[in-house]
Design a protein around this ligand. Structure first.
Ligand SMILES: Cc1cc2nc3c(=O)[nH]c(=O)nc-3n(C[C@H](O)[C@H](O)[C@H](O)COP(=O)(O)OP(=O)(O)OC[C@H]3O[C@@H](n4cnc5c(N)ncnc54)[C@H](O)[C@@H]3O)c2cc1C
Length: 430
């Protein structure tokens, strides 16, 4: 069996300790209540506290318990499917380009926060690279994305087959595009560091304090937890793929897809001379994504989804070891020290969503596997709204009405079947 505990992750084994926090007891008044202690909730709290706005976070588990503590830690300044031209097509030129600007700047925003607050999270701003797994994908994805992001002023580069092979230490790909502002972090360490920075600035954070309801109270709202409540003028729901039944219909807006992560044993100096010698974070163009990045102690962290359950731990280790050896023959034997998992929140159109659920209650949801940088960058956006400095329509991600996925239960069951389709398409592409 693969443990679903956050403690099974390599990040939990290597991150600095979380700052001390307590359960919410009794009733408190704050200007802004935040539900969820991942990158979104913590970055929102930090930016509110820096602006002198009183706020408190209630987290059901521990800091970074959701996707923020479990992900691959790749800091990626793009969305998975939605490119700038698609953003313009969906939101119109001005709003689409503004959202693209937020995505373009998102990795830089994260690394600047790390530096500004001295967050100890093994941050490496070495760049993020997307290699193309077929010649067709060089034209259809790498070149097009390079050109679209270059037109928006992003520091991007287009690499031919030889340059890609030298950058990655592999001839498994045909070309690539690269954004120098990306990179990687220990994500649980980053979440804990964000929490410490928010506490330092005066925010309150309560753990093991699940919000059970959000109710109107006078002109504002009351967020109830088992042993206390927060009374606030505004509420930010920052629960993303880990959303429960707190707000009617919200959890039906994303399909939570189970994803496995795993860390190898540390690689030798000799192997590292050729395998990703520049230590970029890498995710390729496959639907069944091939991806990896180094840790501070020189492990590769990678992963994969599986088509069916049953004997998962053994099958996953064998499947991913074979995949890595195929991509990087210089690896030789591969063994994994840690295997863990988490939920990625997918929307039907691969776009994230921002909602004002009721006057004074806002949320964003649907990272589509690209939320490390974006969730962090949404923090200052949501903080401007929560502080009353901007209306919901003035934020960089355009607000839309709630759109629950029709037949959500069925969509959840079918989502694993999508992997089979992706694999077929990946294998057939030229
Ligand atoms: C396995 C995996 C790998 C990924 N890899 C990458 C990657 O390499 N790069 C990238 O850009 N993105 C990646 N992602 C996506 C990224 O991790 C997320 O988009 C991002 O962490 C979302 O942050 P968040 O704060 O919005 O949500 P979360 O971190 O999920 O936080 C939500 C929090 O809300 C809490 N919560 C839920 N309900 C309640 C309640 N009722 N009361 C109180 N608290 C509640 C949860 O406990 C949770 O801690 C990955 C995701 C996964 C799962």
């Amino acid at each position: 069996m693969i443990s679903t505990d956050l403690s099974a992750s390599f990040w939990a084994a290597s991150a600095p300790a979380a700052p001390p926090t307590t359960v919410l007891e009794g009733d408190r008044n704050v200007e802004v209540a935040i539900v969820g202690g991942g990158f979104t909730g913590l970055s929102t709290a930090l930016h509110l506290a820096e602006a002198g706005v009183s706020c408190a976070v209630v987290e059901a588990g521990e800091i970074g318990f959701g996707a923020s503590g479990r992900n691959n830690g790749q800091v990626i300044p793009t969305m998975s499917r939605a490119d700038p031209s698609a953003m313009v097509a969906k939101f119109g030129k001005a709003r689409g380009e503004r959202f693209a600007g937020l995505v373009r700047d998102s990795a830089q925003i994260l690394f600047d926060l790390v530096r500004r607050h001295g967050i100890d999270c093994a941050a490496e701003q070495t760049g993020w690279v997307q290699p193309a797994h077929s010649p067709g994908r060089v034209e259809k994805v790498a070149r097009r994305r390079f050109e679209e992001w270059r037109a928006l002023g992003a520091p991007v580069e287009l690499l031919d087959g030889q340059q890609t092979a030298a950058l990655l230490g592999s001839d498994a790909w045909f070309g690539a595009w690269l954004n120098r502002t990306g990179g990687h972090i220990n994500p649980l360490a980053f979440a804990r560091g964000l929490a410490q920075a928010a506490l330092n600035k005066g925010a309150a954070i309560f753990t093991d304090s699940p919000a059970q309801s959000v109710e109107r109270a006078g002109n504002g709202w009351r967020v109830r937890t088992p042993r206390g409540s927060l009374r606030a003028a505004r509420v930010v729901i920052a629960t993303n793929a880990y959303t429960d039944d707190l707000w009617p219909g919200l959890k039906r807006e994303v399909v939570p897809v189970f994803s496995f992560q795993m860390a190898t044993e540390p690689l030798s100096d000799n192997i590292r001379k050729t395998l990703l010698p520049g230590r970029q974070a890498m995710s390729d163009t496959r639907g069944d994504l091939h991806f990896c990045r180094y840790t501070q102690d020189h492990r590769l962290v990678t992963g994969a989804p599986l088509l069916w359950r049953g004997d998962m731990d053994r099958r996953l280790r064998a499947h991913v070891a074979k995949r890595l050896q195929g991509l990087f023959p210089q690896l030789g034997e591969v063994s994994f020290s840690h295997v863990w998992c988490g939920y990625v929140g997918m929307t039907t159109d691969y776009f994230p969503r921002l909602h004002e659920l009721a006057p004074g209650v806002a949320t964003w949801i649907g990272c589509n596997g690209r939320g490390v940088a974006l969730a962090t960058a949404m923090g200052p956006e949501l903080a401007r709204w929560a502080a009353g400095d901007a209306g919901i329509d003035e934020l960089a991600l355009p607000a839309t009405p709630l759109q629950p996925v029709p037949a959500h239960g069925l969509a959840k069951r079918l989502s694993r079947g999508m992997l089979w389709l992706y694999r077929r398409r990946d294998a057939r592409e030229v």
